[in-house]
Design a protein around this ligand. Sequence first.
Ligand code: F6P
Length: 319
Amino acid sequence: MSFAIMCSGGDAPGMNPAIKKFVDYVYKQGEVPYLIYDGLEGLIDKKIKKAIHSDVAGILHNGGTKIRSSRSKRFFEYDYRAQAYNNLKEFGITKLVVLGGDGSFRAMEKFSSEFDLNFVGIPSTIDNDINGTDYCLGVDTALNVIRDALDKIRDTASSFNRAFLVEVMGRESGYLAIVSSIISGAEVCVIPEASFEPTLLTKRLKDEVANGRNYILAIVAEGTKKTTEVYNWLQDEIGLETRVSILGHIQRGGNPTVFDRLMAFDFVVLAVDHLMQHSNSNKVAVYKKGEFALIEIEDVVSTKYQLPKRYLDALNLLD
Ligand code: F6P
């Protein structure tokens, strides 16, 4: 049996430990692991190589992905998908593990509806926006990067009479923003899942500023596209001189945390064990309510991820 692993879409810390575990574990089962470089683009261009241990030596503690990734426009076209499938066939690859996010799983669902595939997707995106799983590889590391940045921004914010607005990633999801605001005690959090109508908050914060509050921390999810609006509100309505920090791609970097390394281990073992025993099964490995499971790719991509209600409720506490 030949197994292959690839990354697709935005890289996430935890991909490297997953790739390393995959190669070691597939060899341990007496099977042959392949590496597909450059994501779906590389699959189209046949950048496929039989893995040897030195390919994955010394990578476990690194962020990013040693086999690289891509966002492939060509994969939207049937002819390129057919080419990709023929490449898998040429190498005799019948078992595929895909580390990717929501968009990549949509692409895999399309691919699997057209060709005879057998794969397991492992949720890997700092956005934590994949339906069916509570956790995606990379999230804990990204949140720790954000926490570190927020702790530092607080140091300078508390030394001046200023508001600080921090824009975090997350694409259409407010997960990173809301969790960051909970763990940092931010006074303001703006996410795409809730409207920004700060009447009560404006009054409360203005009163607090009048009574001596000297700084405010506001976290805005990039998906809201409201960074300028919130900046103007802080300056003009709340009346505090405001600085903006857009954290950007530093949120995708950094050595994977202990949690991300362990989750990579568990997801890969689950995926490879499943593929060893099945053919023609297209699943996603998930972590739900503290348990690992495999669910159908259709069930993952058919529904949009919802933020946990308890986190959404925390927004009201800020109001
Ligand atoms: O999906 C991960 C992510 O980092 C999002 O949070 C962000 O919106 C996007 O990727 C950025 O994509 P790119 O690296 O292609 O600019």
